[in-house]
Ligand binder design. Structure first.
Ligand code: GLU
Length: 479
């Protein structure tokens, strides 16, 4: 059997971390079996679907390296197929038109509530006579289409993650709506559970791998497969992603879409790696740091957990740092350039390239997110004001003497060795402690007492001709 799996996002929002993680598992499974990974855009909700969300989904999947194998399928392009299939079910007597008004349905539910029963459709329009139907139509009622679900059915499948799962027909809420209300003979907008089945059959999907939040849809969909005379695919329900409190990760937890993670300075490799670990554990002796291709070699549902996967920011930050630290400097620079630009830093990408690469090399080992470079390198791109600690340092005995002496003895050209020599010379000639000289240098060059390597910072500022004015500015504070 050829493995054909799909990810089926609805373009009603940006690519969500949960959907992306499901995409990862589908992709890994497809690649492991040499199968196909297919993208289907579930855009039947015309009011909430937007082209910019579809673009965000494409961009997010591409950024993560989750390449899809065939042209994306759009549900809106397939409406006539859904209509045909609904007609078939109507003709076979497996579906019917139900004419209940919203008020009647509300009253039914209220009565169920009063009897302490779970809300369900009581199938009251299942066996209407043609005369009853005609009477409802004459009243101007618009029917929905319902698919019959027998209460005494038992539906079972062997889930790739959860093993045997069994549902009773009576727990599925009664005959289910598969198409929204429409005028008389027309067929209204077909709904999720129905179109998914039609598409999965038509696209020859062999394994339906999706989030656990869909587990209650699967028995309904299995009944539809049967009604349509189609072979069942395998089903696998992947564990939910939970926040630290153990609840489903939601918008309230801050970042939830892949583009948010990207904007915060996470690398695509780290996010893809981390998402793989959200619910899957690699077999020994594989480490926790791997590429998607490496994971695909080993991936299988035997190592996917049933329990929800807690999202751990510390672990993600650690992992992201590992990727940044291992990345060649030109690549780090390529990623930092747009971040520096959007911070408003002014530079010339071409003529400043070598300088930018030196900055990247200076800060990369301390980054856990790329965006941390904005604050870390601000003093190299923009003028600085001395913070309180730096000002206090400049008031220390020997501070201005040190800076004045440095200004007088400024080597040209400034090299790493020359900075060391001039520092030594000033310490000796001015009879100062080395600590005072170093701290005063840092305070005046960077405006702070903490930051990246001092000598490298000096060299980088010197390349832009900025060191002399920083020394003068610091002296003006104490003058
Ligand atoms: N559009 C559904 C979702 O985004 C797809 C569910 C499925 O894979 O069947 O949750």
């Amino acid at each position: 059997m050829t493995v054909r799996v799909r990810i089926a996002p609805s373009p009603t929002g940006n690519l969500h971390i949960g959907t992306a993680r499901t995409a990862v598992f589908n992709w890994l499974f497809a690649r492991h079996h040499g199968g196909k990974f297919i993208l289907r855009i579930e855009d039947t909700d015309l009011e909430r679907s937007k082209p910019e969300y579809t673009q965000n989904i494409f961009d997010g999947l591409t950024w993560l390296g989750l390449t899809w194998d065939e042209e994306p399928v759009y549900q809106t392009a397939r409406m006539s197929l859904y209509g045909e299939k609904i007609k078939q079910l109507l003709e076979k007597g497996l579906a019917y038109r139900a004419y209940d008004t919203p008020e009647e349905l509300d009253a039914m539910r209220e009565a169920q509530k009063a009897r302490n029963e779970a809300p369900r459709y009581d199938n009251r329009h299942r066996n209407l006579t043609p005369e009853q139907e005609a009477a409802y139509l004459a009243e101007g009622r618009k029917p929905v289409i319902r698919f019959k679900i027998e209460d005494d059915r038992e539906i079972s499948w062997t889930d790739l993650v959860r093993g045997t799962v069994t549902w009773k027909g009576r727990d599925l809420g009664g005959d289910m709506v598969i198409a929204r209300a429409a005028e008389g003979e027309e067929i209204g907008q077909p709904l999720y559970n129905f179109v998914v089945v039609i598409d999965d059959i038509d696209m020859q999907i062999s394994h339906v791998i999706r989030g656990e939040d869909h587990i209650g849809n699967t028995p309904k969909q299995i009944l539809l497969y049967e009604a349509l005379g189609a072979t069942l695919p395998e089903f696998g329900h992947t564990p939910l992603i939970l926040n630290q409190a153990g609840a489903k990760l939601s918008k309230r937890d801050g970042v939830t879409s892949i583009s948010d993670f990207r904007n915060m300075g996470y690398t695509s490799d780290a996010i893809a790696n981390y998402m793989t670990l959200l619910g899957w554990s690699p077999p020994e002796p594989m480490t926790e740091i791997f590429t998607l291709t490496e994971a695909a070699e080993k991936f299988g549902f035997d190592r996917v957990n049933k329990a929800g996967a807690k999202f751990d920011w510390d672990k993600l930050n650690w992992l992201n740092g590992q990727y940044i630290h291992a990345m060649p400097i030109p690549e780090v620079t390529d990623l930092l350039v747009p971040i520096w630009k959007s911070a408003g830093y002014v530079f010339d990408e071409k003529s400043d390239r070598a300088w930018l690469e030196q900055i990247a090399a200076l800060v990369a080992p301390s980054l856990s997110r790329l965006n941390e470079a904005v604050e870390m390198t601000r003093y190299l791109f923009q003028s600085v004001e001395l913070n309180e600690d730096a000002k206090a340092q400049m008031q220390q005995e020997g501070a201005s003497t040190a800076i004045k002496a440095i200004l007088e003895a400024m080597p040209s050209p400034l090299t790493e060795a020359a900075t060391q020599d001039v520092i030594k010379q000033v310490v000796k000639e001015q009879n100062l402690k080395k600590g005072v000289v170093m701290k005063s240098l840092r305070a005046s060059l960077t405006g702070a007492l903490q930051g990246p390597d001092l000598v490298q910072s000096w060299l980088l500022l010197n390349q832009k001709g900025l060191d002399r004015e920083r020394f003068e500015q610091a002296l003006s504070i104490v003058a």
